[in-house]
Ligand binder design. Structure first.
Ligand code: ADP
Length: 540
């Protein structure tokens, strides 16, 4: 609180201290003029009394100036003493002569400043007592009584006016404090908000000097340094799509409104980060009131779009590869079916040729169906449709898989074996994903094994169950082992090419394993066979 209460602000207290020193000094000089008869006073009693009042008052004045009061008690004591000295001075030295009595308004102000309305009332009452006492002494002197009445009215008027002014100032400064506090709160709110945004936000002045930035700006720029006061082009080394250096400040100065660009990049030691940069000028009401269309600065919002851009590119590439992969079988089916139609019109064509052609078309349709199936599994896994985990009895799961594929293995004259621990326990995972993974490995094992065994091995360890599909098939060369999990990759090995396949199975398997939180292990030797395995935690 500025004034009008017990907590006086530093500035007011300082003014009161100085006034408290100057006034008694002034009164000492005024009293001396009376003493030497240079000014008339009917109240001046004698020299001894004058000194008895003014000397301790001067001592108090110097003391309060050198040792400003800290406690409320010392403020009360000082103000009461000042009132007593002033009372004695007016009654015994100067009388209520007009210029001097007005110094009492200073007592009003100081008392009001320290003790508010109650203090002010006491000060006014003291003055009234002084006036009444003085008037009682000079009751026969009408001139002096009139002078006293004029003096008291003058002091009260000046007092009321000064207190009124200080009250207005008090209200204004309260309103100012309130609006400053609101502004600080608003600023804190906005800062908290922008600090919690994932996007980097930087605000600069019209010369591109950074004024405000949020926490994400530091992580985007990979720095801990203070950015305030630095030039935006110095801290942001932006490149455009043609790898040319971009001066953001120049771009911002050219722009007339909000601009969004997603072709910018920023390079760190070994990383290129792709950015979506949005910038716009700030036109504050302040600059408008100054007249003119001046910008106050700029706001820049940056978002790391590296991931979404590469996903976008990956998707585009995927679509282009898929359409290519689908085109070949569709062309084959279309061509073969047209051929069959033509052949059917010619009686000389043997039925076996028709049958063979239809067989080719059929195989391609089966291939297409397999690819569509793989794609839908992939899409399901990517969308997380079957992410929900459930308790799976491993024994039942394995028996089901074994029974499903035993006929296929038998058709190829392969030994399909089941090698499991006596008890297998329960796991908690997405059943669909575990099934798809095992089916993928078993189908491949049967497909890429011409003679020998395919074994489904399930081993219960302390905390995990390990699933492995082992075959004695064609095996996978070292160089292929690193590639077979890529999408649409099929080995160049002629024995692989003899079989139909989309090259998507293991790519899907890798995605599913990621979803299940496990790794696929592969051990393989060309012409000796392969083992694909993964482990899942047992349910406690
Ligand atoms: P597809 O079997 O449809 O070709 P996959 O993604 O399932 O596609 O497999 C990719 C490649 O990995 C296969 O083309 C094959 O070359 C190789 N491969 C996968 N499983 C085996 C296996 N058990 N034995 C030998 N090669 C395999």
């Amino acid at each position: 609180m500025a004034i009008g209460g017990t907590k006086v602000n530093v500035k007011t207290a300082k003014v009161i201290r100085y006034v408290g020193l100057i006034v008694p000094v002034g009164l000492f000089l005024y009293g001396s003029l009376i003493k030497y008869d240079l000014i008339a006073s009917t109240s001046f009693l004698n020299n001894g009394l004058f000194y008895a009042i003014i000397i301790p008052w001067l001592i108090l004045a110097v003391y309060q100036f050198v040792f400003p009061g800290k406690s409320e008690l010392s403020s009360v004591t000082r103000i009461v003493l000042y009132h007593l000295f002033a009372t004695a001075y007016l009654l015994c030295v100067s009388g209520l002569a007009l210029p001097i009595v007005t110094t009492w308004t200073l007592l009003f102000l100081a008392t009001y400043a320290y003790f508010g309305d109650n203090g002010l009332r006491l000060s006014v009452i003291t003055l009234l007592i002084v006036v009444v006492t003085d008037s009682a002494y000079h009751v026969e002197d009408t001139k002096l009584l009139t002078a006293n009445i004029i003096a008291i009215i003058t002091v009260l008027l000046i007092g009321v006016a000064s207190i009124g002014i200080s009250r207005i100032r008090e209200t204004e400064s309260d309103a100012l404090d309130h609006s400053k506090a609101l502004e600080a709160l608003e600023r804190d709110r906005i800062l908290t908000l922008i600090n919690n945004l994932a996007d980097a936000i930087i605000s600069t002045d019209e010369n591109g000097i950074v004024r405000v930035y949020n926490a994400s700006s530091l992580s985007l720029l990979d720095t801990n340094n203070n950015l305030n006061g630095r030039n935006i082009d110095e801290i942001l080394h932006l490149m455009d799509g043609d790898k040319k250096r971009v001066s953001l400040l120049k771009e911002m100065q050219k722009s007339r409104g909000v601009v969004v660009r997603d072709d910018m990049t920023i390079t760190f030691s070994d990383d290129i980060v792709r950015l979506e940069v949005t910038y716009s000028p700030i036109r504050g009401t302040f600059s408008r009131t100054r007249g003119g269309d001046n910008e106050d600065g700029y706001v820049i919002i940056m978002r790391d779009i590296t991931k979404s851009k590469s996903l976008e590119e990956e998707r585009d590439e995927f679509i282009s590869v898929i359409s290519h992969e689908l085109r070949t079988p569709i062309t084959v089916v279309e061509g073969t079916v047209s051929n069959v139609q033509l052949m059917m019109e010619r009686p000389d064509i043997p039925p076996q040729r028709l049958k063979d052609s239809l067989m080719v078309a059929h195989d391609q349709v089966v291939f297409l169906a397999k690819m569509v199936n793989d794609l839908s599994t992939l899409s399901r896994a990517e969308r997380g449709v079957a992410d929900t985990a459930e308790d799976i009895n491993v024994r039942i799961l394995i028996d089901d898989i074994y029974n499903e594929y035993a006929p296929e293995a038998k058709d190829k004259n392969l030994h399909f074996d089941l090698d499991t621990s006596p008890s297998l326990g329960t796991i908690n995972a997405s059943k669909l994903y575990v099934q798809e993974l095992l089916q993928n490995f078993v189908t491949n094992a049967i497909k890429y094994t011409n003679e020998g065994n395919v074994t489904l091995i399930v081993t219960k360890h302390k905390d995990t169950v390990e699933f492995a599909v082992k075959d004695t098939g064609i095996g996978i060369s070292k160089s292929d082992q690193s590639k077979i999990f890529n999408k649409f990759y099929r080995s160049e090995d002629y024995r692989t090419r003899e079989t139909g396949g989309t090259g998507l199975g293991l790519y899907v398997a890798l995605k599913l394993a990621k979803k299940l939180g496990c790794h696929i292990e592969l051990t393989s030797r060309l012409n000796h066979g392969s083992t694909f395995s993964f482990s899942l935690p047992l349910k406690k």
